[in-house]
Design a binder for this molecule. Structure first.
Ligand code: CTP
Length: 396
């Protein structure tokens, strides 16, 4: 993992040496950006020796390299430890007057901030509201520990232990392992029209698809989304909106099958009316209405064949919605995976409609030989699916 460690000017800065050493000993690539004040407490030479990389602090050295952007894009996670009250205030205000401040403003990497200061400064209302603002913007600010402080007094404000900070940083890091890869996500639920106002539909909300799009984008992929009956706007993602299964097939014809990874949580209507009435169907006086339904093609089986014909290394991931649990769920999922020619299938129990339009789910990620059970938010499930794609060999 590529970890950037920011250090600001507090006495706990000397503890950053331990943090940097732990990251490098675990095999991670570390770049250190101290503020100029941090260098009053810890030497650049120490940080260079421990990180095995040059240490930059100044915004105006090596300007031609556009260092702040290079570092901001390089990092897969950023830890600022220790973070002073002044750093929290500057970051909350968006001030970028040193290299670290510029990197923080320019990065898309997840950021963990570990404040350390005297209790009075930590509990000051200015600091509390800066912390609340940073958290509301998605930066993680962890609570300082309680114990001995520099002046000989005790209280809240200590920098947490290095191993805790290392663990928490690695937990939020997003690897850029999909950089240069083309990923297609097909999500939502198709609708099959009966007449101009009525359709056969299903309860899929598209939430799992959005989580997959966001995870793949964060990991550096070029992402295309086919969205069946939900909205998703993003300047980074190509979005094709479709309603029916026929629209979905047309969209696929247009964009083709040249993708490295295709994940399809979409709920596709298995059947559609044989003919669609051009006008609204009126009550006929009889108490029943007969709809004659015909089967839709199995889209993902066709995708698997076409994508693998172009690139045999492409990975195709389907979903299986089953009203079954435990071993039965796994057996049904495995059978579906083989029948449809998939590399992985994500099976979930949809008894009583539990998985629809909610933020959490429980799934079994089924590979050819191994099954991995996981429950959590749809964002965590998306992360686990891409992690499983990386470890396909161990699921085979
Ligand atoms: N799927 C598809 N085309 C269809 C039906 C399903 O591409 N006509 C895809 C879904 O997007 C999903 C996978 O196949 O990735 C399994 O969907 P699921 O509804 O669980 O299975 P079905 O094939 O519909 O089988 P059944 O309804 O008999 O369980």
């Amino acid at each position: 993992m590529r970890i950037l460690v920011g250090i600001t000017g507090g006495i706990a800065a000397f503890k950053a040496a331990e943090i940097v050493r732990e990251f490098t000993e675990l095999g991670h690539d570390v770049r250190v950006v101290p503020t100029p004040n941090a260098l009053r407490f810890i030497g650049a030479a120490t940080l260079e020796a421990l990180s095995h990389n040059p240490v930059a602090s100044e915004l105006y050295s090596d300007v031609a390299d556009v260092r702040h952007i290079e570092l901001a894009q390089w990092a897969e996670a950023i830890l600022v430890a220790p973070a002073t009250a002044s750093f929290l205030a500057r970051t909350a205000a968006g001030v970028a007057d040193d290299l670290l401040g510029n990197v923080i403003l320019a990065t898309a990497a997840p950021i963990l901030i570990a404040p350390a200061m005297h209790s009075e400064m930590w509990t000051n209302k200015a600091t509390s509201s800066n912390v609340a603002l940073l958290r509301s913007r998605g930066l993680r600010v962890i609570e300082p520990g309680v114990g001995r402080l520099t002046g000989g007094d005790s209280g809240v404000g200590r920098l947490p232990e290095a191993d805790q900070l290392v663990r928490e940083t690695l937990a939020i890091a997003v690897p850029k392992d999909l950089a240069g890869k083309k990923v297609l996500i097909i999500a939502g639920g198709t609708r099959e029209f009966i007449d101009p106002v009525r359709y056969i539909g299903n309860r899929s909300s598209g939430k799992q698809g959005i989580a997959l799009v966001e995870e793949a984008t964060a990991r550096g992929a070029t992402v295309t989304l086919i969205a069946a009956n939900f909205r998703y706007d993003s300047s980074e993602v190509v979005v094709e909106s479709v309603q029916t299964t026929a629209d979905l097939l047309n969209a696929l014809e247009e964009i083709g099958f040249g993708f490295d990874v295709i994940v399809m949580p979409a709920a596709v209507s298995d059947f559609k009316p044989e003919s669609v009435s051009n006008s609204k169907i009126k009550k006929s006086g009889s108490s029943t209405l007969d709809l004659h339904l015909i089967e839709n093609p199995d889209v993902i089986s066709m995708i698997a064949r076409s994508a693998k014909a172009i690139n045999s290394g492409s990975v195709i991931v389907g979903f299986a919605a089953e009203t079954a649990s435990g071993g039965n769920l796994e057996a049904l999922g495995q059978e579906k995976m083989t029948r449809k020619g998939l590399d992985l299938i994500v099976a979930n129990d949809v008894s009583n409609g539990v998985a629809f339009d909610v933020d959490d789910n429980a799934v079994s990620i089924i590979g050819p030989k191994k099954v991995f059970n996981f429950s959590g938010s749809k964002a965590q499930i998306a992360k686990t699916i891409f992690d499983s794609i990386n470890k396909l060999d161990s699921l085979s």
